[in-house]
Design a binder for this molecule. Structure first.
Ligand code: IPD
Ligand code: CA
Ligand code: CA
Length: 255
């Protein structure tokens, strides 16, 4: 199943990469939350392959919602994470494919087609990028930490929009980046390229694959209260484990 997911991520990623050379068309979901032809084409490719190969598996995918299955397996698919970047030509987006069995993560694959970087993990088998084992960083304190975050599309109309947390942490962390693909952001923490990621209002397809990759790389994931994180949690804190408690404290202080 890992080989199958990797192959699919490569195929969908190659399609997205090729399509960056053409004009990009957009349909509005809401004003700032957009869906492009590329989201739909990538999702169609992935879903068709899963349905053909595993007809009894359930699927949860961003653009088509949920499809039931009897096997206990659920594929969780973001066909293009970082749509806004993709649309603007900002080179940071990914394909994310996760698989859960009876609610527990089995495997995760996140592919960045522009850098040709494939992050993947299977439960209890470690995490890898392009075949190389990855580990979280050893950064010990927030003032030495490079963090990543994101802002929800609903920020214009909803007060829970991460602006207070961002302002607070901007004066405590070494630096903060908002790169625009939560799946890749969390994989970067897994690879030790950043020390942690926090965000509100993510969806299961943003996080299903990357969180398993981070866990397998030795990282920690909770909600803002330090409680066990689930793909349905509204708030995520995903770190190297060492700066986790300090980041939770500062998030609480900001709110
Ligand atoms: C978005 C990206 C972004 C995050 C948003 C997500 P999309 O996914 O992951 O980094 O901040 O909350 O919705 O819409 O590009 O698939
Ligand atoms: Ca997404
Ligand atoms: Ca998406």
């Amino acid at each position: 199943m890992l080989d199958f997911a990797i192959n699919l991520a490569y195929r969908a990623g190659a399609m997205l990469r090729a399509a960056t050379e053409h004009e990009r068309r957009v349909d509005s979901k809401q004003h700032h939350d957009i869906v492009t032809d590329a989201d739909k084409a990538s999702e169609a490719l992935i879903l068709e392959a899963i349905r053909t190969r595993y007809p009894d598996h359930a699927i949860l995918a961003e653009e088509s919602g949920a499809q039931m299955g009897q096997s206990g397996y659920t594929w969780i698919v973001d066909p293009l994470d970082g749509t806004l970047n993709y649309f603007h030509g900002f080179p940071f987006f990914s394909v994310s494919i996760g698989l859960r069995h009876n609610g527990a993560g089995v495997l995760g694959v996140v592919y960045d087609p522009l850098r040709n970087e494939l992050f993947y993990a299977e439960r209890e088998r470690g995490a890898f990028v392009n075949g190389r084992r990855i580990r979280v960083s050893a950064t010990a304190t927030l003032d030495q930490a490079l963090l990543t975050t994101g802002f929800p599309y609903r920020r214009f109309s909803h007060p829970d929009n991460n602006l207070r947390e961002f302002s607070h942490l901007a004066l405590r962390a070494r630096e903060i980046r908002r790169a625009g693909s939560a799946a890749l952001d969390i994989c970067y923490a897994a690879a030790g390229r950043s020390d942690g990621h926090w965000e509100v209002a993510l969806s299961p397809w943003d996080t299903a694959a990357a969180t398993l990759i981070l866990q397998e790389a030795g990282g920690a994931i909770t909600d803002y209260n330090g409680a066990a994180w689930t793909p349905e949690s509204d708030r995520i804190v995903a770190t190297n484990g060492i700066v986790h408690a300090e980041l939770l404290r500062e998030l609480a202080a900001a709110l």
